[in-house]
Design a protein around this ligand. Structure first.
Ligand code: KG4
Ligand code: ZN
Length: 342
């Protein structure tokens, strides 16, 4: 359904570009909701050889991939360069060399075509993957669970996120990635932990969840240490350990969101970020929605992980708000979002 909530519906075409980590992605989205085409090249298989993302390798792969990825997506969308209204690009947070490739490409193309360039926040973009499905309903709660961040927001309106809590140490994705390393699996660990956990039979090993003393925050560094200790004891049952790890992450997320809802009893909860591709997490939140009587929105699995459709979707709302990258602005490696008091 076209999203006309903020005066859209003019067939505004935005090219989105994403290069903050190890995925080079481009997409064309119309009016912030209709996806015309999307393309993505990942260097994850190359990074897996090193056990994690090597920044120099990621940057080099982006530099090689960006032109073919953009070229392909424009052809697939049947959109000429002259049909574009704006270019949205992930400005941060992320790896400097990786971000530089996307931002420089976007700025160069924008300058050659006299198009506005909009810098978007990667995490805010993750949440806007939900706008590709249906118009966002406000006020709502928004939980972002990715490889680098675990944050909870009150989503008060377009471009208006108020942070309620965040991880005090590791992100949920890091818990999966580090847990996978303990179990001798390669990066990215989340999908492999999920697969291994699916083989568990007994499902009776438990890992502790950090007590946040009523705050709306998260903590996952203890889970990592406890996973190592549990694996040392149950080395013959890696699938049971994987299940325990996944279950601990699920319980931590659900407990904090439930607490947040008691303080902010909204009707909608939006989830986003790579970790929300996880089937157990999706299922647990569906149950939470039933028990609280609220709607749970999670993007399709392929739009939970990094992509450019979410960048173009958010770009549309920023374009409408007149938000443009300044002439001397570059990537923002550290880029706070919706921090309390903002
Ligand atoms: O959002 P994302 O693609 O990149 C960041 O912005 O960080 O998230 C990547 C993270 C990685 O930690 C990866 O292990 C995790 O998402 N992930 C998963 C699953 N798929 C990706 N974690 C658990 N289960 C999955 N199925
Ligand atoms: Zn991401």
């Amino acid at each position: 359904m076209p999203n006309t909530a903020v005066g859209g519906g003019r067939n505004t075409k935005i090219l989105g570009i994403e290069s903050s980590c190890d995925e080079t992605a481009a997409a064309v989205v119309e009016d912030g909701s209709r996806l015309l085409a999307t393309s993505l090249l990942s260097s994850a298989a190359i990074q897996a050889q090193y056990g994690g993302v090597v920044p120099e390798v990621a940057a080099r792969e982006h530099a090689m991939a960006i032109l073919p990825v953009v070229d392909w997506v424009l052809r697939e969308a049947k959109v000429g360069l002259g049909d574009l209204d704006a270019i949205a690009v992930t400005q941060g947070p992320g790896l400097l060399g990786s971000l530089l490739v996307g931002v420089t490409f976007a700025r160069t193309l924008g300058s050659a075509l006299h198009l506005p360039v909009i810098g978007v926040h990667h995490l805010e973009a993750h949440l806007y993957a939900n706008a590709l499905e249906e118009p966002i309903r406000f006020p709502s709660l928004a939980l972002l669970v990715s490889g680098g961040h675990t944050s909870l927001f009150l989503w008060e309106g377009h471009l208006a996120l108020r942070q309620l809590g965040q991880t005090q140490d590791d992100a949920a994705g890091e818990a999966f990635d580090k847990g996978a390393r303990i179990l001798h699996m390669t990066y990215p660990g989340g999908p492999q932990i999920e697969k291994l956990a699916g083989l568990a039979q007994r499902k009776n090993l438990r890992l502790p969840v950090a007590d946040m003393h009523g705050r709306l925050d998260f903590s996952f560094s203890g889970v990592k240490t406890a996973t190592q200790a549990l694996y040392d004891k149950h080395i013959q049952e890696p699938e049971e350990v994987a299940y325990a790890l996944q279950d601990a992450v699920v319980r931590a997320l659900i407990a904090t969101v439930r607490r947040a809802w008691q303080q902010h009893p909204v009707k909608d909860l939006y989830l986003a970020g790579g970790v929300t591709a996880n089937g157990a997490i999706r299922e647990a939140f569906a149950h939470l929605g039933d028990s609280l009587g609220i709607s749970i929105h999670i993007p399709p699995v392929s739009y939970c992980t990094d992509n450019a459709a979410m960048v173009a979707a958010l770009g549309y709302y920023k374009w409408q708000a007149g938000d443009r990258m300044g002439p001397f602005e570059g990537p923002k490696v550290l880029f706070p979002l919706g921090q309390e008091g903002d």
